[in-house]
Design a protein around this ligand. Structure first.
Ligand code: G3P
Length: 219
């Protein structure tokens, strides 16, 4: 399973890249707005900086609601760097946009997926990726991972090549479940990447090894 990081924070992306585990990045308007506010940089600059660090897909989302506007935004975003994947919400206008962009060879990530029907439609329209939002379904007492499972089965049944990104990941268990179910990718917040590494027995083990070793050092 590929690991994407779900952030627009360049420092976080650089650190995840140094770990050697990073295959791509997803952003959304909320994450990008946070970075614009924090750094004062333009969105185009932030996205270009991200693409300089990660040599994999970098999702950047359109904010228009109509096909013409979304296609225009998508062309501009895609011209920033060959790694840009245009994130489009799963609406009727969004699906038309995905179809048009797929005809133009621009990769898309259809986002805000909350049902298997939406994932099937997105794939038929030509999406390169779909992003089911696991955590936001869990938040309203629905099983977010069940949605990922349904999409995996549907795509396997019909040999659909659209890649499934388990998104809105909130904790390590989501990552494990996504891997076991067979999601192609999990897009993971920086904090959760840190949580994936930590284990209290690892910390305890290091502490004990060091204390045993230091006890026999003479000077
Ligand atoms: O990748 C989608 C993600 O950015 C949404 O996550 O935590 O805001 O539901 P969250």
């Amino acid at each position: 399973m590929k690991f994407f990081i779900d952030t627009a924070n360049v420092e976080e992306i650089r650190e995840a890249e140094e770990l050697g585990i990073l295959d791509g990045v997803t952003t959304n308007p909320t994450l990008l707005a946070r970075e614009i506010k924090r750094t004062g940089s333009k969105p185009e600059t932030i996205l270009k900086n991200i693409c300089d660090i990660v040599k994999g897909p970098v999702s950047a989302e359109v904010t228009g609601m109509e096909q013409a506007g979304m296609v225009g935004e998508a062309r501009k975003l895609s011209s920033l760097d060959p790694h840009i994947v245009v994130k489009v919400p799963v609406t009727l206008e969004g699906l038309k946009t995905v179809r048009q962009l797929s005809l133009e060879g621009i990769k898309t990530n259809v986002t805000l997926i909350f049902s298997p029907c939406q994932a099937l439609l997105a794939a038929k329209a030509g999406a390169s990726f779909v992003s089911p939002f696991v955590g936001r379904l869990d938040d309203i007492s629905h099983d977010g991972m069940e949605l990922v499972d349904q999409i995996v089965v549907i795509y396997e049944n019909h040999a659909i090549e659209t890649e499934i990104i388990a998104a809105s990941v909130r904790h390590p268990l989501h990552v494990i479940q996504a891997a076991m179910i067979g999601a192609d990718i999990a897009t993971i917040p920086f904090k959760v990447i840190h949580q994936l590494v930590r284990h209290p027995l690892t910390d305890l083990g290091i502490e004990r090894f060091l204390s045993d070793w230091n006890a026999v050092q003479t000077n």
